[in-house]
Design a protein. Structure first.
Ligand code: MG
Length: 270
């Protein structure tokens, strides 16, 4: 009877060994991930890993040392449009970019959980009203819109004004500055999670500060941003781009940075 054997160096042997190694690596990843989810620490536990050290910015609104700079006033190298190159106007001297009806833009890199800082200004010369005045938006994962609008003495529906989670939640207060003035959003965004069947098992959550004022405090996002329709979730990948909307108004943006945030890797013991 012919004896079966795996000879190192033969193609068959190499394939078998590679498959085994991959399975071992996969098992290690899965068990490592599972262990991360259940690790608990006692109060003042000396084995509790200390967080990474970063350098905070000297001034509020400036990026800390672990931020990814998405726009520093110089170029659109971190951005693209739906058709390719991002073509918004860049005013290097004043350090801002401006919407110019060439379409919405999005980051080349994708993000899930994150902290975003962005500054924006509506046009100094007021034109239009309601949703037609100073309209843009920041879309997390390219899907979930935090509205940008000139809501300074400009009435529109509450869940569509500046700092609303569009079509879902009005902001807690209207903290808008006047036309042409720089304003800021500081946002913490937690991505949704879907199971293998595409069902959303953890909705996205968002906390927003508008000009330093909390306007959403850890609210649950109801689904993809829709217009005049109830939001619902449809599955998507774990990461997506940050998109900025071209709604036809010459909005300006500056000082945009982001920090990727991990899942909370442990639970504190009761
Ligand atoms: Mg908008």
């Amino acid at each position: 009877m012919k004896e079966k054997s795996i000879v190192l160096g033969t193609p068959y042997g190499v394939i078998r060994i590679t498959v085994c190694l991959l399975l071992v690596a996969l098992f290690a990843c899965v068990t490592g991930y599972a262990a991360k989810q259940v690790v608990k620490y006692d109060v003042h536990d000396k084995t509790h890993p200390r967080p990474p050290v970063i350098t905070p910015a000297g001034q509020p609104g400036q990026p800390p040392s672990d931020a990814i700079i998405l726009f520093d006033g110089n170029d659109l190298s971190q951005w693209r449009s739906g058709k390719g190159e991002a073509k918004w106007k860049v005013e290097k001297e004043d350090g801002y970019m401006e919407v110019n009806k060439t379409g919405s833009i999005r980051t080349k890199k994708s993000f899930g959980n994150c902290q975003l800082h962005i500054e924006w200004a509506t046009p100094k010369i007021v034109k239009g009203r309601g949703q037609g005045r100073g309209n843009s938006g920041v879309f997390f994962m390219g899907i979930y819109e935090l509205q940008i609008l000139d809501s300074y003495n400009n009435r529109t529906y509450a869940d569509g004004q500046a700092a609303s989670i569009y079509s879902q939640y009005p902001p807690l207060v209207n903290a808008c500055r006047g036309p042409g003035q720089w304003q800021s959003y500081d946002v913490s965004f937690v991505r949704p999670i879907f199971d293998g069947t595409g069902k959303c098992i953890r909705p996205a959550r968002i906390t927003v500060l508008h000009n330093g004022v909390v306007v959403h405090n850890n609210v649950e996002i109801k689904g993809r941003t829709e217009h005049k329709k109830k939001a619902k979730y449809r599955p998507h990948s774990d990461k997506g781009p940050i998109s900025l909307q071209d709604h036809g108004n010459p909005m300006q943006f500056r000082n945009i940075w982001i920090r990727e945030l991990p899942e909370q890797p442990y639970l504190i013991a009761d």
